[in-house]
Design a protein around this ligand. Structure first.
Ligand SMILES: Nc1ncnc2c1ncn2[C@@H]1O[C@H](COP(=O)(O)OP(=O)(O)OP(=O)(O)O)[C@@H](O)[C@H]1O
Ligand SMILES: Nc1ncnc2c1ncn2[C@@H]1O[C@H](COP(=O)(O)OP(=O)(O)OP(=O)(O)O)[C@@H](O)[C@H]1O
Ligand SMILES: [Mg+2]
Ligand SMILES: [Mg+2]
Lengths: 255, 255
C-alpha cells in the first residue's frame, strides 16, 4: 500500500533519526515491508542502521539528481528494512535542488516506481525547513512530528505547521499529520509535563498515546549500528517504539 | 578588542543556543561588552533573550542583504548584551546568499563597523553546514563547539572539523578552535563518560575543563525569555556557564 511518512521537525535533536530507525525496525518486527530514506547530509539514520555512509556506492543524492535509478540505491539492512543512504554529498542537493523545474517533486518522482513494493516508506528529515524537507513533504501521505517537550521545540511548532499548510494548499493537498510524538520524555520534569499538556490540549488525538521515555539504550544503540530492538529488546526504549508501531498501524489500517 | 566567536555544530540540539545565550549573559556579568548575533531562522537565541522574533523591526537578514545598517538592527537586551535578532526571513538568506560575489563575506563586512565596540561578539549558528554557518566561520576569530556526549554528535565532529579546515585554508586562515564544550552532561551515564574520554584523548586541552551539566533550569529559563543567570543564579546551570565565561576569558586574554 506504500504509505509514505515523513519524520520531520526543524528543531534539532528532538529524536527524528531515533524515531525513523526504531520505527522502521519495529514495523519490520510486525512483518511489514519497510523502506527508509535518509534525507539528512549528516547520514545519522544510515550509520544507525549499520551502514557506513562513507562507503555508499549510491546515495539519495544520486537518486535525486537522476544519476542513479532508485532500485540501484536500495540497501537491504541487517534489521530487515531497505534503506537509501545519505552522506555529505546531500549538502550539494540543498543548493542544486533550487534550480530546475519540478524541484519540489524530485523525491516524489523517484519514489513513484518503488513505493508499492513496501507497506511503509519512512523519510528521516534534516533539522531545517529547506528544499530537502519540502521534497519529503511533497512526497508524503503523512507526517510524524517528534516533539521534545521543552520550550524551544514547542515554540518552533508553529513554523513547521505553517510549512505543512503551505504544502497542503498547493503542492500536496493530501498531506496529513499522522501524529505528534512525545520523545525523550522524563515524567519527573515539571516542564515536560507542562509542555505535554499544552500539546494534548491543542492537538487532542493527534498526539500519540505512546510516549517515548528518556532511555539511555536509545542513545547507545546507534554506536553499535543497531536499532534498539536488536541492541536491547527489553529496554523501555524498545518497548515504546514497538508500541508506537502498533499505534501507527491501527491508525493507518483503520482508514 | 572585538573577539568574534561562532558557537557552532551542525548536529541538532547539542546546546548551541543555550551556550550562546548563557555565555553572553555570563560575560556581561564580568563587565565585558557583548554582542550576540542570532544566525538561525528558528530565532531561538532571540526568544531566549526576551526579544519577540515576530516583532523585529530589523533582523540579521536585513543586515546581510544590505537593507539595514548594523547599527539600526542592534537591540539592547534586558540581560545586558546587545543582540541582532533572527526570524524565519533568514531561510530566504540561505538561498539568496548563494549568489553574488563575496557571498561568504557578508557577515564579516557587516560586523566590521561595530565589532570594536565590543569585547566579545557571539554568533549562534543553525544546525547545518550551509552558507549561514560558512559566513559565521569566515567572520570569526574562533569557534566554540558544543558537544553532546552521545554517538551521533561524536560521529558528526569530523564533518565539522573538515569544514573548519577548508575555511582556514582559503577564506579565513586566522580561524581557530577556541574549544569543545561538553554539554547536557550526565555523569551517571556510561556512554557520556566514554564519549568524554574520547574527546579529551583526541583534543586534549582544547576540551574546556568546564562541563555543562544536564540541569532543568537551563531548559526552563528560555520559556521566561531569560538566561539562566537571571532565572536561577544559584542553579548548577548558571554556575557552570559563569565558570565557562571565566575559562574563556583566561584563554582569550592570556594570548
Ligand atoms: N528517548 C531517548 N532517550 C535517550 N536518548 C535519546 C532518545 N531519543 C534520542 N536520543 C539521543 O538524543 C540525541 C538526539 O536524537 P536524534 O539524533 O535522533 O535527534 P534528531 O532530531 O534526528 O537530531 P537532528 O536534528 O540533528 O537530525 C541522539 O544522541 C540520540 O541517540
Ligand atoms: N545543560 C542542559 N540541561 C538541560 N537542558 C538543556 C541543557 N542545554 C540545553 N538544554 C535544552 O535542550 C534543548 C536543546 O538545546 P539548544 O536548543 O540550546 O540546542 P541547539 O544546538 O541550539 O539546537 P538547534 O540545533 O535546534 O539549534 C533545549 O530545549 C534546551 O533548553
Ligand atoms: Mg537526525
Ligand atoms: Mg539553536
Amino acid at each position: 500500500m506504500g504509505q509514505v511518512i515523513s519524520v520531520t521537525n526543524q528543531k534539532g535533536g528532538v529524536g527524528k533519526t531515533t524515531t525513523s530507525v526504531n520505527l522502521a525496525a519495529s514495523l519490520v518486527a510486525t512483518k511489514r515491508k519497510v523502506l527508509m530514506i535518509d534525507l539528512d547530509p549528516q547520514g545519522n539514520a544510515t550509520m544507525g542502521s549499520g551502514v557506513n555512509k562513507h562507503e555508499l556506492e549510491a546515495s539519495i543524492y544520486d537518486v535525486l539528481m537522476d544519476r542513479m535509478p532508485v532500485a540501484e540505491a536500495l540497501i537491504h539492512t541487517e534489521p530487515g528494512y531497505d534503506l537509501i543512504g545519505a552522506n555529505a554529498d546531500l549538502t550539494a542537493a540543498e543548493v542544486e535542488l533550487l534550480d530546475g523545474d519540478q524541484k519540489e517533486q524530485r523525491l516524489k518522482s523517484a519514489l513513484a516506481g518503488v513505493r508499492s513494493q513496501y507497506d511503509y516508506v519512512l523519510i528521516d528529515c534534516p533539522p531545517s525547513l529547506n528544499m530537502l524537507t519540502v521534497n519529503a513533504l511533497v512526497a508524503s501521505d503523512s507526517v510524524i512530528i517528534p516533539m521534545q517537550c521543552e520550550y524551544y521545540a514547542l515554540e518552533g511548532l508553529s513554523a513547521l505547521l505553517n510549512t505543512i499548510e503551505k504544502i497542503q494548499s498547493v503542492l500536496n493537498p493530501n498531506l496529513e499529520i499522522d501524529g505528534l510524538l512525545r520523545t525523550m520524555y522524563d515524567p519527573r520534569i515539571a516542564l515536560a509535563n507542562q509542555v505535554s499538556s499544552q500539546l494534548t490540549e491543542h492537538f487532542g488525538d493527534k498526539v500519540y498515546r505512546t510516549i517515548i521515555p528518556r532511555n539511555v539504550r536509545l542513545a547507545e544503540a546507534p554506536s553499535h549500528g543497531l536499532p534498539v530492538l536488536e541492541y536491547d529488546r527489553r529496554s523501555r526504549g524498545a518497548v515504546s517504539y514497538l508500541a508506537l508501531a502498533g499505534e501507527l498501524i491501527r491508525r493507518a489500517e483503520q482508514k
